[in-house]
Design a protein around this ligand. Structure first.
Ligand code: GLV
Ligand code: MN
Ligand code: MN
Length: 400
């Protein structure tokens, strides 16, 4: 019998990033397509029935598909230069848990499935949880299909090239309607389980979070001939905003605000940029506070743009309100897992998208590095095995 650790080893060479380190596995790029094929083969080898839904999410069914299903799973795409566990851990533990159930002759009373959601990280098209948002109808297909990657190619174009008909993308009442409960297992992405000295936790909720693009526009010009007083250089307000984001967020309890991506256009060493795009990721636990912080940051962006004779345009690219996982399910799973600790998280997940629609829960596996979205993300093999047995227990309880 193969363990989740062995399954992870099978994909450890797929999508390694020689430039950034870690993994870059982006929607419909060769590495991600290879992982889709790997998942399909691994699931079929375990006797699961695999299909792809209208929004390019993969499904593997333990028996016949049907209503009121207990669904687990996660994603296989990554952030640029990400770790090996964020996403794949939930998929390999699901496959290994299904194998355990199969081996013991488990006969579920409810349908049982693994889902692999598409583009959870938004690493290629900028909007996270594309597969689950499209399927639940929380993102309009017209908007999603028009999204462009950094090469200017639309989602519609890459989907078509990968064999998915964009005309089918959109709310999928039939597929989503089958989910009776959703349980996502995920590597813990902070230090919550290190502090609690436990291998597994049950999730309580996810804080509100979103992504905003700030485009500062000035005048592109020659770096050697344009005197400083004659410049409208959008790099200056962009730089000011980066430090203002930290300063403003530091005044709000528990706020997280990040500029992790900044792109000067056209981007030449001897060229004053014509435009600088920067992306803000903001997350604040107190209700209503995430957008309030962004409003303050926007005010500051307008002020610093004006000082340099530039303009700024702000666009909300995605927003996910706070998710509170089903309290009855949360407590039931924590009890089942020997009073496992209960943990809230600042990381986003497809589980947050599904939570308003179906009873949803999350299991977290300890990450001794406390680091995620970076190559140092880690989970001990023993803890991964704990994750598999915990998930199998949960599935047995919910579907048995
Ligand atoms: C996804 O992992 C996110 O939290 O952005
Ligand atoms: Mn992630
Ligand atoms: Mn993830």
């Amino acid at each position: 019998m193969s363990s989740a650790n062995q399954l992870l080893a099978e994909i450890c060479g797929v999508g390694t990033d020689p430039v950034r380190g870690g993994y870059s596995r982006h929607l419909f790029a060769p590495a991600e397509r290879e992982l889709r094929e790997w998942f399909t083969a691994a699931a079929r080898a375990r006797g699961l029935r695999v299909d792809t839904d209208r929004n390019a999410n993969l499904w593997a069914w333990f028996g016949a598909p049907g209503a009121d299903a207990v669904v687990t799973g996660s994603h296989l795409d990554s952030v640029p230069g990400g770790g090996a566990y964020d996403g794949p851990l939930g998929v390999v533990c699901a496959l290994a848990a299904f194998e355990l159930l199969r081996a013991e002759g488990f006969s579920p009373r409810r349908p049982l499935a693994i889902v692999v959601f598409a583009e959870e990280e938004g690493g290629r098209f900028g909007v996270p949880c594309l597969g689950s948002r499209l399927s639940t109808g929380t993102l309009a297909p017209e908007r999603a299909l028009a999204l462009r990657d950094t090469d200017g190619v639309t989602l519609a174009e890459v989907a078509r090239a990968a064999g998915h008909d964009p005309a089918w993308f959109g709310r999928d009442v039939e597929t989503m309607g089958r989910i009776g409960a959703f349980v996502e297992l995920h590597v813990e992405q902070g230090k919550g389980l290190i502090h609690r000295d436990a291998p597994i936790a049950v999730g309580s909720g996810i804080i509100a979070h979103g992504r905003w693009r700030f485009s500062f526009t000035g005048q592109g010009n020659h770096a050697g001939t344009t005197l400083l007083r004659d410049r409208c250089d959008p790099m200056l307000p962009a730089a000011e905003l980066v430090t203002a984001v930290r300063r403003l967020a530091a005044t709000v309890p528990q706020a997280r605000a990040t500029v992790g991506r900044l792109v000067p256009v056209p981007g030449g060493t001897n060229v004053i940029a014509a435009r600088v795009d920067l992306w803000l990721d903001a997350r604040v636990p107190a209700p209503g506070s995430t957008r309030a912080l962004v409003a303050e940051i926007t005010e500051r962006a307008e002020a610093v743009a004006e000082q340099e004779g530039c303009t700024v345009e702000v666009r909300e690219e995605s927003y996910e309100g706070a998710a509170d996982f089903d309290p009855a399910l949360r407590d039931r799973l924590a009890g089942l897992l020997g009073d496992a600790p209960i943990l809230a998280t600042g990381a986003g997940h497809d589980a947050a998208v599904l939570a308003p629609f179906v009873p949803t829960a999350m299991l977290f596996v300890r990450n001794p590095s406390g680091i995620s979205h970076a190559p140092e993300e880690y989970a001990e093999p023993d803890d991964i095995d704990h994750g598999t047995t915990a998930l199998a227990r949960v599935l047995r309880e919910l579907a048995g």
